[in-house]
Design a protein around this ligand. Structure first.
Ligand code: ADP
Length: 359
């Protein structure tokens, strides 16, 4: 197991493109870190710099406190699983898992023991004699993971390992990856664009956008305390609702509604007089029935989606649109008015100019 330090890591590609800006992170021994963000935000580039597959343009990269910028991939003791799992089609599962050890000239008996142990962790014991083409996508991905974890390395890197699987296999493999991590205890860095994967797997999540780290925190911290509009909108499904409006007399108006911002911000509302603000609330953080300490909102129901465990209600108020998540038994009628409440504590306010959260 290893701990990793990234200090002001930057990546400028030879064509001049600045893909990663001042990336700072301390990763503890055995921690499961997920890099998440939309395509092109620099997740893979950062992972590849950690793997030693891509030069670090500037900044310090340390493994167990020692500078590792110049080390090659092998010397870093990392194992990597990619989205395309590229197994050797003519080799059995056993030989695929054993491949790295065979290359190293490890004793056959040792290899046999390690392959069996690895296969047991991954539930592949009954498939060791099969060729990859006789396996499901999920099983093939497990072989690829087996090939990586059989070498006892300190750092385990995964780049979108589930993206080639169907939805059901992804859910199964997600929980398997979590239990493999518990079993091996390896420090793990996992890249995905999928916020659900990030939320379910991570000890801590790094949210990235356009090459910049937006926020680093536990799933709980990111969900309840997002620092800006981007993180608030990226974490959570359906995403947080945002209503933009100008502050006038400490209030913000949309549709038939006038929101008294002093209820949420107190005297601070005066600082935003005449300025634009973003009013955010999560679809699941509303209450249909009037209560104290909550904003009461009038809107119209445009569409409802009954999903079984809940109903998504698409509403409009003036120019604004939002989604509410309600109990299926409370599903409202389409084209009818609806009144709902947003507890003050469930409201997130952001400066519309900087997009930063107003604390
Ligand atoms: P992500 O993994 O978040 O999808 P990447 O790290 O792959 O993003 O890419 C980040 C940015 O760097 C993208 O805009 C991408 O086009 C650019 N990029 C990736 N590889 C190269 C390269 N070899 N040369 C120039 N730009 C690159």
């Amino acid at each position: 197991m290893a701990y990793i330090t990234l200090k002001n890591i930057n990546k400028i590609y030879p064509n001049g493109y600045h893909a990663v800006h001042d990336f700072n992170l301390e990763i503890e021994k055995g921690e499961f870190i997920v890099f998440v963000g939309p395509s092109g935000c620099g997740k893979s580039t950062t992972l590849r710099m950690i793997a030693g597959l891509e030069d670090i343009s500037n900044g310090d990269f340390l493994i167990n406190g020692n500078r590792a910028n110049e080390l090659g991939p092998r010397e870093r003791e990392v194992a990597m699983v990619f989205q395309s799992y590229a197994l050797y089609p003519q080799m059995t599962v056993f030989d695929n898992i054993a491949f790295g050890l065979t290359l190293q000239g490890v004793d056959e008996e040792v290899i046999e023991e390690k392959v069996k142990k690895t296969a047991a962790i991954l539930g592949l014991t009954d498939y060791l004699d099969r060729l990859p083409r006789a396996l499901s996508g999920g099983q093939r991905q497990r072989v690829a993971i087996g090939r990586a974890i059989i070498r006892k390395v300190g750092i385990f890197l995964m780049d979108e390992p589930l993206s080639n699987l169907d939805a059901k296999q992804r859910v199964t493999m997600r929980s398997e990856i979590a239990s493999i991590h518990r079993e091996t205890g390896a420090t793990t860095i996992y890249v995905t664009h999928d916020q659900t994967e990030a939320m379910t797997l991570a000890d801590r999540i790094v949210v990235m956008k356009d090459g910049y780290v937006q926020q680093i925190g536990t799933p709980y911290e990111l969900y309840f305390n997002p620092v800006n509009v981007f993180v608030a909108g990226f974490i959570g499904e359906p995403p947080m609702n945002f209503i933009r409006g100008k502050v006038s007399g400490g209030k913000m108006a949309f549709g038939k509604n006038t929101i008294d911002l002093t209820k949420k911000m107190g005297k601070k509302a005066a600082d935003y007089e005449g300025k634009e603000i973003v009013f955010g609330f999560r679809p699941e953080a509303i209450d249909l029935f009037a209560e104290e300490n909550a904003y009461k909102i009038d809107a119209d129901v445009e569409l409802t989606e009954m999903l079984g465990d809940n109903t998504n209600v698409y509403i409009t108020s003036g120019e604004e649109k939002a989604i509410l998540k309600v109990d299926p038994h409370d599903t409202p009628e389409i084209d009818e008015p609806i009144t709902f409440c947003i507890p003050y504590e469930s409201v997130y306010l952001f400066d519309a100019e900087t997009e930063q959260r107003i604390m």
